[in-house]
Design a protein around this ligand. Structure first.
Ligand code: NAD
Ligand code: GLY
Length: 366
């Protein structure tokens, strides 16, 4: 992968777009948006944390490029992904007289991207969306590929739409202000890309981890570009998750179950996914798909990053929560398994006892 690559195309016919990645891009947001077929009104959706850090620079850049900008803040955190916050955004769009070519600009992490993305997908049956992700998780994963979503009391992401953005602008300089725990959680998704698609990426993280954890610009920009390129290729082949896209859920079945079992409070998403990847790899070892050395390599990298690799949540709770997972079809849970670092396969699990054995194996084989 070449260092100079800082624009990743996502080719989806008339829904194609560019992911522009680099340091200091917020200042150039207006000029980047001016290249799109937009009218001059735009609403920036953000939260108080991100607004304090980057609201002014984003607004100034858009105004310089001739946009009439309104800025709307929603509460910080997962609770913003609600129908009531979406309704607040619709009201703001009406007040700002947004038309079918006015842009919604999502400035923040995955929460803002999912909420603003859903509002953009549904207002006037869809208006342009610009993703401006400011967390590592959002830059490598949630801002790309068009999944948007809101939570209901009954569960996460139960309301949503596939809706591709018109542009993604990932300013890697914003990662400098990210709390270290959030950076580590985002790295979990980068490790995932290495596990499912690219041993070279996995090796790069192993050998450059110190620089990455110091949030140095060059390795981080490379990791974001590399991850986006992998995700773009998957999404191009299977936009609506009819098959291949499921590989992006490596580690997520158990990860989601752990998040559900702990009420989404104890662990960040990336932390739960790290544990899930270890369990999926343990299951793969048990099925003879890969060797124990793959499990040790994964676990040792996750530990060096500072991510959890096991949890003290009861196995019964985890197995039970998997029972409610969206990936259940015909009573089978489909698991993304590894055939060694860089290679995946998807296989059904019908026997809960096998899963339980994998959870035990994952927790004991360290
Ligand atoms: P988040 O959006 O809650 O952001 C994490 C925290 O970092 C927040 O407090 C936020 O205010 C703060 N923050 C954001 N940018 C910052 C910066 N540059 N400096 C300092 N603080 C900053 O969490 P997240 O991990 O980015 O996203 C998680 C959400 O993404 C979940 O709701 C998850 O369901 C969703 N998600 C969606 C997809 C998808 O494909 N749509 C994929 C993965 C996750
Ligand atoms: N985050 C998984 C996906 O976008 O499909």
């Amino acid at each position: 992968m070449k260092r100079s690559l800082d624009t990743v195309p996502v080719s989806l016919g008339d829904r194609s777009y560019q992911i522009v990645i680099g340091s200091g891009l917020l200042k150039r947001l207006g000029e980047l948006c001016a290249g799109l077929p937009l009218t001059h009104r735009a609403v920036v959706v953000t939260n108080p944390v991100v607004h304090r850090l980057y609201g002014a620079v984003v607004k100034a850049s858009l105004v310089r490029a001739g946009f009439d900008v309104a800025l709307v803040q929603v509460p910080n955190g997962e609770r913003a992904k609600s129908l009531s916050q979406a309704a607040r955004l619709y009201q703001a769009f009406v007040r700002h007289r947004m038309d079918r070519r006015s842009a919604v600009i999502a400035l923040g992490g995955g929460v803002i991207g999912d909420l603003a993305g859903y509002a953009a997908a549904t207002y006037l049956r869809g208006i342009p969306l610009i993703q401006v992700p400011t967390t590592l998780l959002a830059q490598v994963d949630s801002s790309v590929g068009g999944k948007t979503g809101l939570n209901l009391r009954e569960g996460k992401n139960l309301v949503g739409a596939f809706y591709q953005p018109s542009l993604v602008v990932a300013d890697t300089q914003t990662l400098e202000s990210l709390p270290p725990r959030q950076l580590r959680a985002g790295l979990s998704e980068v490790v995932k890309y290495g596990m499912i698609a690219d041993p070279e990426l996995f090796g790069y993280i192993e050998s450059h981890l110190d620089q990455v954890l110091r949030a140095e610009e060059e390795p981080l920009t490379l990791l974001v570009t590399w991850s986006c390129a992998i995700k773009a290729k998957v999404v191009e082949q299977d936009e609506r998750e009819d098959g291949l896209r499921a590989i992006l859920n490596f580690g997520h079945t158990v990860g989601h179950a752990i998040e559900t079992a702990t009420g989404y409070r104890r662990l960040l998403h990336g932390e739960a996914v790290a544990i899930g990847m270890v369990v999926a790899t343990a299951l793969s070892v048990m099925r003879g798909l890969c060797g124990k050395e793959d499990l040790h390599r994964l676990r040792s990298l996750l530990r060096r990053i500072g991510l959890p690799t096991s949890s003290n949540i009861g196995f019964t709770n985890i197995v039970q929560s998997i029972g409610y997972d969206k990936k259940i079809k015909n009573n089978m849970t489909y698991f993304v398994l590894t055939k060694g670092v860089g290679h995946v396969t998807v296989a059904p699990i019908s026997d809960r006892r096998e899963l339980r054995r994998a959870l035990v194996f994952a927790s004991r084989s360290s």
